[in-house]
Design a protein around this ligand. Structure first.
Ligand SMILES: [Zn+2]
Length: 324
């Protein structure tokens, strides 16, 4: 009945003045339990005022934009595993592991760099990359047929002189606009990573970007600014615009394009941090819909030290001239 006693003691200590001893004993038992719990929490707080933000946890702050889950620091044992195995995101996605990696990957449908660096491949991506000449011709013919249908549907005569070659032209243009599906990050970087011992911020700004809105299949164009802080290794400077180009030449939304570029650099270079800002104008907004031709859409993705340190982030923003 000790259980009952302790319950009565803790629930209504004033109503049992005779049971003072019992009360005390049961309370000290409780205290003992509590103390051991306290000790645990004291161990944490003994590590310093910032120890409450344990690894893997993050403060939510208005000044911090939403992040991709991959930026979340992993607990140390996992990080170890990652170092040795370097599990490609795509493989992780295909074979969800019981330790929660599979659960994580469901939060984002786009692996950064899969096993062959194609990034967010679908069946068609691979087919397009590996097709031979005959297959390419079949693809082109199908596209021409589709464009002819489009022309008919808008009320045109696809057989009039000015439009005769349009299906083929448009099909080829479309393949060019989406040529990023045939590129992969590893080929682009091609080993151009140099151990320079350089640890200062590197910025390439005003990279021209032409991409296609995946919702309307019309272009959005603008400028991208990429900055990173090396962890000794630097990447060939021309590779940054080429990585941006690869992801831009796919069907995109600006938010994902920004994030994919940042994540790709983070993965191939493993710097201290990456920041990507993109400002662009969407034809689907300018030519239709709200028809606001002067509006600019700005997206950003900051990873690593750019996310952790406001000072670093602000230095980047003022250098690219966005933080005015
Ligand atoms: Zn659109």
């Amino acid at each position: 009945m000790a259980h009952h006693g302790s319950r009565a003691g803790s629930e209504s200590p004033r109503m049992t003045p005779d049971g003072g001893k019992d009360d005390k004993r049961s309370r000290s038992k409780e205290n003992g339990k509590r103390r051991s719990r306290d000790r645990d929490s004291k161990d944490v707080s003994a590590a310093g005022p910032y120890a409450t933000h344990t690894i893997g946890e993050r403060r939510s702050s208005v000044s911090k934009p939403a992040r991709d889950f991959r930026d979340k620091p992993e607990p140390s044992p996992k990080r170890k595993k990652r170092k040795t195995a370097a599990t490609p995101a795509a493989v992780r996605e295909e074979a969800p592991t019981p330790d929660g990696a599979g659960e994580l990957s469901t939060r984002s449908p786009s692996p950064v760099i899969d096993f062959d660096g194609l990034s967010r491949p679908v069946v068609g991506t691979r087919a397009r990359l590996e097709e031979d000449e005959a297959q390419a011709q079949v693809r082109l013919d199908r596209m021409k047929g589709a464009v002819r249908t489009l022309l008919e549907c808008v009320g045109e005569d696809p057989d009039r002189e000015g439009l005769l070659a349009t299906p083929e032209r448009y099909a080829k243009a479309m393949l060019f606009f989406t040529k990023g599906y045939q590129e992969n990050v590893r080929d682009i970087v091609n080993g151009a990573i140099f151990q320079e011992g350089h640890n200062e911020m590197v910025i390439v700004k005003d990279i021209e970007v032409f991409s296609m809105c995946e919702h309307h299949l019309v272009p959005f164009t603008g400028k991208m600014h990429i900055g990173y802080i090396p962890h000794n290794a630097v990447i060939g400077i021309s590779k940054l615009p080429r990585i941006a180009e690869m992801f831009a030449r796919r069907l995109q939304i600006q938010e994902r394009l920004t994030r994919e570029v940042a994540n790709a650099i983070m993965e191939v270079l493993k710097p201290q941090g990456v920041a990507v800002v993109m400002e662009s104008s969407h034809l689907c907004m300018v030519m239709r819909g709200v028809q606001k031709s002067t509006s600019t859409t700005i997206t950003s993705c900051v990873l690593g030290c750019f996310e952790r340190k406001e000072k670093t982030r602000n230095e980047f923003l003022s250098l690219i001239g966005v933080n005015r």
